[in-house]
Write a protein that binds this ligand. Structure first.
Ligand SMILES: NC(=O)c1ccc[n+]([C@@H]2O[C@H](COP(=O)([O-])OP(=O)(O)OC[C@H]3O[C@@H](n4cnc5c(N)ncnc54)[C@H](OP(=O)(O)O)[C@@H]3O)[C@@H](O)[C@H]2O)c1
Length: 286
């Protein structure tokens, strides 16, 4: 069992999981998720917009691991915002995953009829189809424009996070409501500059670990939930092996110095909603 952390709704989420963004639905997702489950991951992060929910679901089913021992997250795409469309999209994701319930379901991108989508998610939670509900890509500005009107507080906000982008103001805001931050791009999406930062490679040498493990351990010790993605079994394995060493306070401080206070993606930028909306048609494979 991997360690868990308690969300503000009382549910316990594994602190490390497996990410599936950009893993194709040609059998690769089935293979990678099957490998991850065999290696001990008990938390899988997918989304309708990744077009691989069906393979995630099949890998979970074929693993033979009891359903209640695996945490499954999926996300609602922009096309399906508003109460009715979101209600239908939740059923579609459950069908694709082959599951009776999802552990966590997120507003993937915070634009358009977010309040309507949120009400549908609250209703699905009430009906037992989703255990925890949360949001993603909410900056402090977007958070303040939507969340104060929500009846149910989000359990998490899944945002870009790694040593180059440590989201300090957002973390302060979330901490006030005991909302956990989940990191996407915890390894900077394989950013070589980050993986080769001297402060990180030196610590890797000291602990006999690789750069990815130092970065993930830093994030874990910062209280962040992570789900690194890899299609390579050796990395899937090593990314989980971060609990047999501990960074000291001064080592944590040294990595904190890498923060540039911005990331690859700026959810506040003009035109983001239109770009994202035209990026995927999540109804294409219905
Ligand atoms: N909510 C959102 O908007 C959003 C956005 C993006 C991602 N996500 C979620 O967050 C998850 C993680 O983010 P991500 O996949 O974008 O990026 P990531 O996990 O930071 O990085 C994945 C990349 O790093 C490489 N990699 C994996 N382990 C490595 C290691 N130990 N050393 C060096 N390179 C390594 C992988 O290559 P190989 O596969 O070749 O090993 C892949 O190219 C996603 O899979 C998805 O579930 C959510």
């Amino acid at each position: 069992m991997t360690a868990t952390i308690k969300l503000n709704d009382g549910n316990e989420i594994p602190v490390i999981g497996f990410g599936t963004f950009q893993i194709p639905n040609d059998g690769s997702t089935y293979r990678a998720v099957s490998d991850a489950l065999k290696l001990g991951y008990r938390h899988i992060d997918t989304a309708v917009a990744y077009f691989n929910e069906a393979e995630v679901g099949r890998a979970i089913k074929d693993s033979g691991i009891p359903r209640d021992q695996i945490w499954v997250t999926s996300k609602l795409w922009l096309q399906d915002f508003g109460f009715e469309a979101a209600t239908k999209a939740i059923e579609t994701s459950l069908t694709k995953l082959g599951l009776d319930y999802m552990d966590l379901y997120l507003i993937h991108q915070p634009y358009g009829d977010v309040p309507g989508a949120w009400r549908a998610m609250e209703a699905a939670k009430q009906a037992g189809k989703i255990r925890s509900i949360g949001v993603s890509n909410m900056t402090t500005k977007i958070w303040q424009s939507f969340v104060p009107q929500f009846v149910t507080k989000p359990a998490v906000n899944q945002v870009e996070f790694n040593p180059y982008f440590q989201q300090r103001p957002l973390r302060e805001l979330l901490a006030a409501d005991e909302v956990k931050l989940e990191a996407w791009a915890p390894l900077g999406q394989g950013n070589q500059a980050l993986l080769n930062e001297p402060v990180i490679t030196k610590l890797a040498e000291k602990y006999g670990k690789d750069a990815g493990q130092i970065i993930l351990r830093f994030e874990n010790q910062s209280g962040i939930i992570v789900f690194p993605k890899s299609v390579h079994p050796a990395r899937i394995k090593s990314n989980l092996e971060i609990f047999d060493f501990e960074l000291t306070t001064s080592e944590m401080t040294a990595i904190e110095q890498l923060d540039t206070d911005h990331g690859q993606h700026n959810p506040d930028a003009d035109g983001v909603q239109a770009i994202l909306l035209s990026a995927f048609d999540v109804h294409a494979d219905n």
